[in-house]
Design a protein around this ligand. Structure first.
Ligand code: ACO
Length: 400
């Protein structure tokens, strides 16, 4: 790799790189990916081992601090997060100002942006205690905000968090519990969700993390930077793909179109139809997360006693696409979003909550990158160059 930081200043030359396909914007020690070999490691630990052995908060700590927590550090971290789950009462009422049919991702980003107004004592970028406080607040409150966005969309009352429950169990209860009856957490569902969240925790310089870094490079606070990241995640080419996959599968089921025919439409570029949940900027052989999620899909649906024809359609789509020269030539494989939606659906989440679940999963990665960047003395404000292609100079018409 070549360091081009001062190329323009020294030579007047600029490199044009649509979509940053060849341009590294930073050095980072958080996540390693080898896209050709299908390798993903968090701080050096292979994703397969992480997904098997860890808890969500343990991985969050690892990503943020670089080492696994000691039992005492983890207990303290977990305890601090439990004690910060409550939302300010005025923030709870903030939800009633939004339309009930708002997309939960819009609600999520707005509410996270609003955290800067409610928690003004942790907005510093340079004071480590304030950064730690905003970190804990975000990790504690994002799942609560997400659950309230869900409750709001189905017209049910919000529950207060139950801090005797673990991170994931509390989240499940806030989503699926009601004021009328006690909620019992299904351990199969809880472990499956925790595993999915762990698989989403970081993915180096993807669009939303790069957004968090770009906004953070202006020294905007952590809440503002993460809110921007949530908006970047919302798009269907990024995190929004998990929602789009389920819509695609349901459309195939409802229209009665064969999988073969659908794939033919995808191959015809003029149709504008993509095989959602396929393809990745970095992975060109397989996405190791997708492999793990596919395994989970079978296990979780069986354990929950659900048979979903959408899973059969997804498997058939994968089989047909992987045998097709169009996908082979372009090295397109299922990505992490291809099978997650079927699992979230079996868990009882509505389709519009899928990307919100991705956001909860990705939060530790966003925080880790924001903190790495703000501590790195090489950080500069992010400010891409452009190649100007408009008129060089024109005189303003007289007499206007
Ligand atoms: N369906 C059909 N064709 C595709 C797909 C797809 N899902 N993905 C890529 N292609 C084609 C492109 O049209 C292009 O064809 P061409 O060379 O004939 O022009 C070729 O494959 C290369 O694709 P690019 O768009 O150049 O790849 P890029 O790295 O820019 O995009 C992306 C990656 C955005 C993920 C793309 O594959 C895509 O749109 N996939 C569908 C959406 C999706 O699943 N997004 C989630 C990504 S993972 C995540 O963010 C968590």
């Amino acid at each position: 790799s070549i360091d081009l930081s001062s190329l323009t200043r020294q030579t007047g030359l600029t490199s044009l790189d649509y979509g940053f396909v060849n341009t590294a914007a930073t050095r980072s020690a958080i996540t390693y990916i080898d896209g050709d070999a299908g390798i993903l490691r968090y701080r050096g630990y292979p994703i397969e081992q992480v997904a098997e052995n860890s808890t969500f908060l343990e991985v969050a700590w690892l990503l943020i601090h670089g080492e696994l927590p000691t039992p005492a550090e983890l207990a303290d971290f977990d305890d601090r997060i439990r004690r910060h789950t409550l939302l300010h009462e005025d923030l709870r009422s903030f939800f009633s100002a939004l339309p009930h049919d708002a997309h939960p991702m819009s609600v999520l980003s707005s509410a996270v942006s609003a955290l800067s107004t409610f928690y003004q004592d942790s907005l510093s970028v340079s004071d480590p205690e304030q950064v730690e406080l905003s970190t804990v607040r975000l990790l504690a409150k994002l799942p609560v905000i997400a659950a309230y966005a869900h409750k709001k969309s189905i017209g049910q009352a919000f529950l207060y968090p139950d801090n005797s429950l673990s991170f994931v169990d509390n989240f499940l209860r806030l989503n699926f519990g009601t004021l009328a009856e006690p909620y019992e957490v299904n351990p199969v569902l809880s472990r499956a969700l925790e595993r999915l969240l762990i698989l989403h925790e970081d993915h180096e310089q993807n669009a939303s993390t790069s957004t968090v870094r770009l906004v953070g490079s202006t020294q905007a606070n952590l809440f503002a930077s993460v809110s921007a990241g949530i908006n970047a995640l919302y798009g269907p080419l990024h995190g929004g793909a998990n929602e789009a996959v389920l819509q695609m599968l349901a459309n195939i089921r409802d229209s009665g179109e064969s999988v073969q025919k659908f794939v033919e439409r995808v191959k015809n570029k003029e149709s504008g139809v993509k095989l959602m949940g396929f393809g990745h900027r970095v992975y060109k052989n397989f996405d190791p997360r997708a492999k793990l999620v596919k395994q989970s899909a079978d296990e979780v649906l069986a354990a929950l006693g659900v048979h979903d024809p959408l899973l059969d359609i997804a498997k058939e789509l994968e089989e047909v696409a992987l045998a097709d020269q169009y996908f082979v030539d372009r090295r397109l494989y299922p990505n992490v979003d291809f099978y997650t939606g079927v699992i979230y659906k079996a868990m009882g989440f509505p389709t519009r909550m899928f990307t919100v679940l991705f956001a909860i999963g990705r939060l530790p990665g966003w925080i880790a990158h924001w903190r790495e960047m703000t501590q790195d003395p090489s950080t500069k404000i992010g400010r891409p160059q452009q190649l100007y292609v408009g008129d060089v100079e024109r005189n303003w018409p007289t007499g206007r």
